[in-house]
Ligand binder design. Structure first.
Ligand SMILES: [Zn+2]
Length: 162
């Protein structure tokens, strides 16, 4: 696990923003969305994109499912992702089998091998942070930014298969 501190750069290759490195934005999002159900709708996108841009912070065995979840989101939209994510949570709560149910994700490309493919065209350090909020200009704008980050994440990982 590397957090990049002292080495002058985040694992993803992004330049820190006013709030700090990606991890600072990530924690700000997680804190803010806890109190904001509308913002929380993008929670799975946030987590998957953050971990895929910073795989040293992730559990290897879950990254493949997270990569596929992002592809499903880009392919079918947020509502479809929420249905699949809710299904995963319910399934894990029953404690039968940990990890992702791959059935709804089987049609999507597996995670390429080969480590982090950064830098990414869009990342967390580029998010606006004004008046103490990561959502200073409304949910549609926030959603578009999350979609851009998801697209950039999948796009860079796909370069590893080329
Ligand atoms: Zn980063």
């Amino acid at each position: 696990m590397t957090d990049g501190s002292g080495t002058g750069g985040c694992e993803c290759g992004a330049t820190p923003g006013p709030l700090g490195e990606c991890v600072d934005y990530y924690h700000a999002i997680l804190a803010e969305e806890q109190a904001d159900p509308e913002m929380y709708r993008w929670h799975t996108v946030v987590v998957c994109a953050y971990l895929l841009q910073h795989p040293a912070r992730a559990y290897d065995k879950y990254l493949d499912g997270q990569f596929r979840l992002l592809q499903l989101y880009l392919d079918k939209g947020l509502d479809a992702l929420l249905r699949v994510a809710a299904h995963q949570v319910a399934r894990n709560r029953h404690g039968s089998r940990p990890g992702y149910d791959m059935a709804p994700l089987a049609e999507y490309a597996p995670l390429p091998r080969g480590g982090s493919p950064g830098p990414f065209r869009a990342g967390f350090c580029g998010l606006p942070f004004r008046d103490g909020s990561i959502v200073p200009d409304g949910y549609p704008a926030y959603g578009r930014r999350m979609e851009s980050i998801a697209e950039a994440t999948v796009e860079s990982w796909r370069t590893l298969t080329a």
